[in-house]
Design a protein around this ligand. Structure first.
Ligand SMILES: Cc1cc2nc3c(=O)[nH]c(=O)nc-3n(C[C@H](O)[C@H](O)[C@H](O)COP(=O)(O)OP(=O)(O)OC[C@H]3O[C@@H](n4cnc5c(N)ncnc54)[C@H](O)[C@@H]3O)c2cc1C
Length: 463
C-alpha cells in the first residue's frame, strides 16, 4: 500500500478538506479584526463574542480555518507551555506556578467548552505519558518529574519499567512520568467545530483571504481593507510571510506519519487502553497518540527549518523524514515492522528567539498577537485567546486587570532571529547536535546528558 504524502494532513484525508467560506467582499469596518483562522484566532473570536455579544468581529483566513498547524498537529491537548522556566527566572517562581496552574485549568476548559458546544473532536482525557529509554533519558525524566511537581503538579506520577508497561508496552522503556493534565484529540475536527461554533455566534469568517499587511487599525488584503480599533495577528508559524515580521518567529517544521487501523491482536500486545498521549525524553523528541479508530499517529522533527523561513504548501514530507519516523515507530513497537503507513504530512509551528510563548496587546496601537508556542499550542492557544479577550476588555474600559492579564507571559518582549544564513545554520546545527547527543546516549549508555546538547540549549536560548 502506498503512503499518501502531503494533502495537508491525515486528519483532513479523514474529514475531507472543507469548501472555503466566501472571501472578503470589499472594504469593511469591525470592532476586532482577527488575522488567521487557527485555534488562536478562532478561540479568540469565540471568547470575545461570548463576553460581548454585540461586538462586530471579522476573521480573515488565507486558506481555510484549520489549514495551518491547528489542522495538522499531533492532537496532544496538554498543559505544557513553552518558556515557563524562563518566566520563573524573570518573574519569580510563584508567577510561573500561576502560569502552570492556568495551563492545567486550560486542559479542563477545552474539554468542557467542546462538550458545551457539541464539538465532537474525539477527545479522550487519558493524560500524558513520557517515557525514558536510556540512562541519560532516565536522569532527565527524573529531573523533569521533580521540576513539574515543584511547579504545583502534585498529581503527577513516576513509574518504573513494569508500571510503564502496564500502561503502554514501549520496548526498552525503563521508566515514565504521567500527568493527568492531558487529552488526545482529532485536530481537524476541533478546528472545524470551532469555526462553525464561532460563525453560529455571529462572527464573520472570510476564507481564501490572505492579509498582505497589518498596520494599526488596518488589515490589508487583495480584496479590500478591514478597519478596526483592534487587529490581532494569529498566524503563528506563518508570521514570517507578513510584511516586517520576517524574523519575528521562526517557522519550525514538524512531521507526522500514521499507520492503518491496527487489529485487536496488536493492541493486546501493546496495551495503551487509556489512550494517553505518548512522548519521550530524547533531545529530538517524538510524540504520538492512539487515534479514535485505533491507528498510531507519531511525529517528530525531520527537516526542522527551510532556508529563508519558507513554509510548505500541502504538508509534503521528505522520504528520509518518513523513514526516520518509521524507525522510531518500530523501535517503540517492533511488532509494527512492515505495518503499512497510510499517510505522512508536515506543518509549521512558531518559535521565538527565546523559545517563550507570548500574548500581547499593544495599547498604543491596538495591535495584538499570540503564539510562539513552540509545539505546544493546542492548549496554550486557548489560554492565549482568553487572555486577549481580557486585555481588550481592559483596554476598552469594560473591566480591570484579571488573573489572566497578570500572568508572566503577557506583553513579554523578545529579540528577533538572526538574518540568513545565520538562522538556517543555527537551527540545523542545533538539531544536528541533538541527534548526535541522542545517538551518543543510546550507544554509550552514559547517565549524563552530553555537554554538546546542554551547550546547544544554551546557545539557542532554549533553556
Ligand atoms: C505537525 C505538528 C504537530 C504538532 N503537535 C502538537 C501537539 O500534539 N500538541 C500541541 O500542543 N501542539 C502541537 N503542535 C503545535 C500546534 O499545532 C500549534 O501551536 C497551534 O495549532 C497554533 O495555532 P495557531 O492558530 O496559532 O496557528 P495555525 O494553526 O498555524 O493557524 C494560523 C492560520 O493563519 C493563517 N494565515 C497565515 N498567514 C496569513 C495571512 N497573511 N492572512 C490570513 N491568514 C493567514 C494560516 O492559513 C493558518 O490557518 C504541532 C504542530 C505541528 C505542525
Amino acid at each position: 500500500m502506498d503512503t499518501i504524502n502531503g494533502g495537508i494532513s491525515f486528519w483532513y484525508a479523514q474529514e475531507g478538506i472543507p469548501v472555503p467560506r466566501e472571501p472578503l467582499p470589499g472594504d469593511t469596518a469591525a470592532d476586532v479584526c482577527i488575522v488567521g483562522g487557527g485555534y488562536t484566532g478562532l478561540w479568540t473570536a469565540y471568547y470575545l463574542k461570548k463576553a460581548v455579544p454585540f461586538l462586530n468581529i471579522v476573521v480573515l483566513e488565507a486558506k481555510f480555518c484549520g489549514y495551518g498547524a491547528s489542522g495538522r498537529n499531533g492532537g496532544w491537548l496538554y498543559n505544557g507551555i513553552a518558556g515557563r522556566d524562563r518566566y520563573a527566572r524573570l518573574h519569580g517562581h510563584d508567577a510561573a506556578v500561576r502560569l502552570q496552574q492556568a495551563m492545567n485549568d486550560t486542559v479542563t476548559e477545552v474539554v468542557k467548552v467542546t462538550a458545551d458546544e457539541d464539538i465532537d473532536a474525539d477527545i479522550h482525557q487519558g493524560g500524558v505519558l513520557e517515557v525514558a529509554h536510556t540512562p541519560a533519558q532516565l536522569a532527565r525524566l527524573k529531573a523533569f518529574h521533580a521540576v513539574e511537581i515543584a511547579f504545583g503538579e502534585t498529581d503527577r506520577e513516576l513509574y518504573g519499567a513494569r508500571e510503564t508497561a502496564d500502561r503502554i508496552r514501549v520496548t526498552g522503556a525503563v521508566a515514565s512520568s504521567w500527568t493527568p493534565h492531558g487529552a488526545r484529540l482529532h485536530p481537524a475536527k476541533l478546528a472545524k467545530g470551532l469555526a462553525d461554533a464561532v460563525e453560529r455566534l455571529g462572527v464573520r469568517i472570510h476564507e481564501s483571504t490572505p492579509v498582505t499587511e497589518i498596520k494599526p487599525k488596518h488589515a490589508i488584503t487583495p480584496y479590500g481593507t478591514v478597519r478596526a480599533p483592534y487587529v490581532l495577528r494569529c498566524t503563528e508559524g506563518f508570521t514570517a510571510s507578513l510584511k516586517s515580521q520576517r524574523r519575528t518567529w521562526l517557522p519550525m517544521n514538524s512531521s507526522m506519519i500514521v499507520t492503518e487501523p491496527l487489529p485487536a491482536s496488536v493492541w493486546d500486545e501493546i496495551g495503551w487502553q487509556n489512550r494517553e498521549t505518548l512522548g519521550d525524553m530524547a533531545h529530538a523528541y517524538m510524540y504520538a497518540q492512539r487515534t479514535a479508530d485505533d491507528r498510531i499517529a507519531i511525529g517528530g522533527r525531520g527537516v526542522p527549518y527551510r532556508y529563508g523561513s519558507k513554509t510548505d504548501n500541502d504538508g509534503r514530507t521528505h522520504p528520509s523524514t518518513i523513514a526516520a519516523l518509521r524507525d522510531i515507530l518500530t523501535r517503540f513497537f517492533p511488532q509494527l515492522a512492515g505495518a503499512p503507513i497510510s499517510h505522512a504530512w508536515s506543518g509549521v509551528l512558531g518559535v521565538p528567539r527565546d523559545w517563550c510563548a507570548t500574548v500581547t496587546l499593544d495599547r498604543s496601537t491596538g495591535l495584538g498577537w499570540a503564539g510562539g508556542y513552540v509545539g505546544s499550542g493546542v492548549a496554550t492557544s486557548n489560554l492565549a485567546a482568553r487572555t486577549l479577550r481580557d486585555l481588550i476588555q481592559q483596554d476598552s474600559g469594560q473591566s480591570g486587570p484579571t488573573e489572566l492579564t497578570t500572568l508572566p507571559w503577557v506583553n513579554h518582549k523578545v529579540r528577533t532571529w538572526e538574518p540568513e544564513p545565520l538562522r538556517w545554520l543555527g537551527v540545523h546545527a542545533l538539531y544536528a547536535a541533538y541527534r548526535r547527543a541522542d545517538h551518543h546516549e543510546a550507544t554509550t549508555h552514559t547517565p549524563t546528558t552530553p555537554r554538546l546538547a546542554t551547550l546547544a540549549n544554551r546557545i539557542s536560548g532554549r533553556h
